[in-house]
Structures are given as C-alpha cells and as structure tokens.
Design a protein around this ligand. Structure first.
Ligand code: NAD
Length: 396
C-alpha cells in the first residue's frame, strides 16, 4: 500500500513503516557516533518504549551500552482488511528489535496495557525466562486514561489550569493560525483523576511487583520522566492538572528508593526538555511554545531532541561514574538548557507579540511540522513515499 500522512487535529492517523525504521536508524546513528560510554546498564526494562523519550532511552541503552532490552508499550498493529497501517510506535519497535538483534542483543517487546496487573505479570515472566533480572527500569508512559487494576474504574486525565481560568494563545499547526484559547479551571475530581493517570502510583506498583518477584538486580536504578516548563506555560502545565500529577510522580521517587533499600536500588525523577512528541502535541499552548523554543535554541546552537536528551541523561547523569547531581527537590535536570535564563528571556520578549502574521518568520514552526511528521515516519530522505510498502509487519 502507498502510505501518506493523514492529519486529524493534533494526530496523524497513518504511519510509514520504512520511514519509522529510518527514524530509529537516525537515532541509532547518533548514539553510535557519541564517545563510547563507560559502564552502563546491561539489562533494561523500558515502560513506554515505542515512541518519544522511551524509544530514545531504549536506543541509548542498547546501542550506547550494549544492553539487552525489554520494551512495554500500547500500540496498534496494521489492519490489512481496512488497509490501515500500524501505529508509528509499532513500526518503531519492529525496526528497533530487528536492528538490536542484528547486533546480537536481546530485544523483546510486550504490547498491552502497562497499567494492568496481567501485563506486569507477563513482563515479570519474560524477565525471568530471558534476562533473569533488570538493572535499569525506565518509566516513560504518557497516557490520557488509566483503568485502575484494583478497582476496574476508568480514569481520564485532563489538561486544565487549577488556580484560575487560563487565557492565552495557542497554535493550530495545520494552518499556522495563532488563536486565543480559554480553558476553565479543573474540578477537584479532575485534578485527582489526572494524578491517578499520570502520577506516580503506577510507577510504584511496577517497582513493587518487580521487587517482590525478585527480578531487580542489586544496585538497580529506576527513572521516571517529568516536565516543569517555564513561566509562560505554568498555569496550564506546571501549576495545572498535569503539573499536579508530575508533583506526585516526583514525590514517588523517594518512596521507591525506600522500597528498594535492601537491594541498594535508587529511583529518580528526571525533568526533561519540551519536545515534539505525540503526547506534547495534544497539550494546548505547547506547540506554540515549542516552535518558539526550537527557534531560540537552534539559534544558540543548543537544540536537543529526544535522543540527545537521553544520551546526556545516561552519559552525564545516570552512568557518569558519580552520583547524579540533583536539584533542591532531589530531581535530575536535563531541561537545564531549555530553562537557561538567556533562552527564557528571549522567548519572553517575543511571546507577547506572536501572532498569525509573524509566526512563520519568528518561530521554527516549519521545524515543528517536520519533526511532527517525522514521528510518523514521514519526510525522511531515502524513503520512497510513492512506492507500495508492506504494512503488515510483525513484532516477534
Ligand atoms: P509519547 O507519546 O511519545 O510515548 C508514550 C509511550 O507510552 C508510548 O510508548 C506508548 O505506547 C506508551 N503508552 C501509553 N499508554 C500506555 C499503556 N496504557 N500501556 C502501555 N504503554 C502505554 O510520550 P513522551 O512525550 O515521550 O512522554 C513520555 C514521558 O516523558 C511522559 O511521562 C512525559 O510527561 C515525559 N516528558 C515529555 C516531554 C515532552 O515534551 N514530550 C518533556 C518532558 C517529559
């Protein structure tokens, strides 16, 4: 089938198998070109391994450190009857497994709901029969909903302010229009439900289940990804419902460290940089902020994508041979370049004057669009997008 991008709102509903493989290869090439890393992880579980930060973490572990990896994610296979390609994360994972195995590495994936007890058990069985134990667990889930495994109740997260109604502007990436946006405050219930979906409870449940099954190695590490962001996005992000969930996630790290103390394990929240991913494109204001952030960071020569962020996290924080430097709240920071004073000062100066007339000139909206399409395997040199491709690729 010939696969073209089909954009629906902030989503692309198609993905190109060969383009996704090119995306994975580009990230592998980046990692392989970096100075050889010191002693790192050797058996890694990545929860949320098929896209964005989780995929980049998996690539860094495998191709930077020669680690065996088990990836957990929730992706859609192709439906050949309906002529529907698989999701990008599916194709990314097929490509990753193939390339990791060609290097002689163990690479296996489990597709299903990571919030469920069944999937946790399946993962534990797989670890027992293959790697015996893991020495690094990356928690990189981004989900709009969660079915609680103990009660069966479905919770949905919302992206809303908490303190007061949010009046700002946002970007419709498809037509480059900057429009006003106004979002009412969240109810107590919405705040709580967002915390249940995106807070630290599930991370804790994973680590408890892994520990009780004796599949965590001595001195193991676990890292969950967080975001804080600058003043401009505070009301909708940092101090909004999602920020509340991230507070909870970050506060779970010391609880997990306590849980793991007899095996000398440690848990960290890592605050990462804002990036174009399938999840961030759904957050109001973020595409506009990211388009401007990219312009400023590119101009200063300090722009990083998921793979650069993950390499820096592994090489200079987690596996540098020293304890990672933490902020006053005990978190790892790799959002340091985004939050640099000169970067935020420049963004602040431009922000108020941004409108539909100057958006293409002042921001890197073209870069944003390109990167968005690349998440679905579109826009890669060397891929023939007019050719018929096999869409029914299997994860083995
Ligand atoms: P993403 O959308 O690119 O990837 C999300 C991953 O979660 C995918 O692998 C998906 O399959 C998996 N997933 C979702 N629901 C699942 C379920 N029920 N069961 C199993 N797997 C499931 O997201 P991302 O942007 O890489 O975000 C990952 C983490 O990084 C999130 O915690 C996010 O808050 C954090 N983060 C993101 C940014 C950013 O700008 N994108 C910045 C800092 C931190």
């Amino acid at each position: 089938m010939i696969v073209r991008p089909k954009i629906r709102g902030f989503l692309c509903t198609t993905a190109h198998p060969q383009g996704c493989a090119a995306n994975v290869q580009q990230q592998i090439d980046y990692i392989e070109a970096q100075p050889k890393a010191g002693k790192g992880p050797s058996r890694v579980l990545v929860i949320g391994a098929s896209n964005g930060y989780g995929l980049a973490s998996r690539i860094t572990a495998a191709f930077g450190y020669g680690a065996d990896t088990l990836g957990v994610f929730f992706e859609r296979p192709a439906d050949t009857k309906k002529k529907r390609p698989a999701s990008a994360g599916w194709y990314n994972s097929v490509a990753f497994e193939e390339k990791a195995r060609a290097k002689g590495l163990y690479a296996k994936s489990i597709n299903g709901d990571a919030f469920s007890n069944e999937l946790k058990q399946q993962t534990i069985e797989e670890i027992k029969s293959s790697m015996k134990s893991v020495d690094l667990v990356i928690y990189s889930l981004a989900s709009p909903r969660r079915t609680h495994p103990d009660t069966g109740i479905n919770y949905a997260s919302v992206l809303k302010p908490i303190e007061k109604k949010y009046e700002c502007k946002t970007l419709d990436v498809n037509n480059c229009k900057v429009t006003p946006v106004s979002i009412e405050t969240a109810s107590e219930e919405e705040i709580e439900h967002t915390k249940i979906v995106m807070g630290g409870e599930d991370w804790f449940m994973w680590m408890k289940a892994l520990k009780e099954a004796n599949v965590l190695a001595e001195d193991c590490l676990t890292v969950a990804y967080s975001y804080r962001g600058p003043k401009i996005t505070q009301s909708i992000y940092g101090k909004g419902t999602i920020g509340g969930a991230k507070d909870h996630l970050e506060a779970t790290a010391p609880e997990i460290t306590e849980l793991l103390k007899d095996i000398n394990g440690k848990a960290y929240a890592s605050v990462n940089k804002a990036l174009v991913t399938q999840s961030s494109s759904a957050i109001p204001v973020m595409p506009l902020y990211i388009s401007l952030l990219y312009r400023v960071m590119k101009d200063k020569g300090i722009q990083e994508g998921c793979i650069e962020q993950c390499y820096r996290l592994f090489a200079s924080k987690l596996f540098s041979g020293q304890e990672p430097l933490l902020d006053e709240k005990g978190r790892i920071r790799v959002d340091d370049l985004e939050m640099r004073e000169d970067v935020q000062e420049e963004i602040g100066k431009i922000w108020d004057n941004l409108d539909s007339d100057n958006i293409t000139e002042i921001t890197d909206i073209e870069g944003y669009k390109q990167e968005f399409l690349s998440l679905f395997g579109f826009g890669f040199e060397g891929v023939d997008y007019d050719a018929d491709v096999e869409i029914d690729l299997k994860l083995t």
